[in-house]
Design a protein. Structure first.
Length: 202
């Protein structure tokens, strides 16, 4: 058996060159495979996107006061049932706390000025709507004044809720455009890295 020390220097250099080329080829193939997997539209990306879509469809949002509005209508239906009314009021207060916590959480995470402005634009009328319900609408229901509560809801609560909903739609539209922009940028970066890997391999 030929030992390494018996091989000429020239042969050793050739062997090292072959090993280097093989290592670079393996590295290139692994890198290319990984980039294809995680790129926009790749298998890993699609799995993450699907999981996010499923989660958003089945998890109630914290910053859209839709559940709170449902509680407002449900409390009106149950105005004569004090037990249900008390339970729904407690649930409404829980949703309000979740709304406040969620707003603070997202403001701490988001740095884009436009996104922060939209978050605030959603938050303020949503907060006002809930405060009006808690301080006036619910007490009227507790007193059994259903008609007065209806009038108050129509005159005072509906306008801030409509502003809240309008701001939410504006936010969703903006974020869709942001996601599309980020996907184009990421795709371009992946293409650039892939080209570099191919060039290095060649």
């Amino acid at each position: 058996m030929t030992r390494l020390k018996d091989i000429s220097v020239k042969s050793k250099l050739r062997l090292l060159s072959v090993l280097f080329v093989c290592a670079m080829a393996v590295f290139g193939l692994l890198s290319y495979s990984t980039l294809n997997n995680v790129k926009i539209g790749g298998a890993a990306y699609e799995e993450i996107a699907l999981a996010n879509d499923i989660l958003s469809d089945f998890q109630a949002p914290t910053q859209f006061a839709l559940e709170q509005r449902l509680r407002v209508y449900q409390m009106r239906v149950d105005v004569n049932d004090k037990v249900k009314l008390a339970t729904e009021t407690a649930s409404f207060k829980h949703l309000m706390r979740r709304f406040e916590v969620g707003h603070t959480l997202w403001l701490n995470k988001v740095s884009d000025p436009k996104t922060r402005d939209l978050l605030q634009k959603i938050y303020e009328p949503g907060r006002d709507y809930q405060n009006l319900a808690l301080t006036t609408y619910i007490p009227l229901l507790v007193e059994g004044k259903g008609e007065a509560a209806d009038n108050f809801r129509l005159a005072r609560m509906n306008p801030p809720y409509e502003a809240h909903e309008k701001a939410m739609l504006e936010f969703v539209d903006y974020m869709k455009r942001q996601v599309a922009t980020h996907e184009v940028t990421a795709t371009s970066m992946i293409a650039s890295v892939t080209f570099t890997l191919i060039a290095v391999g060649v």
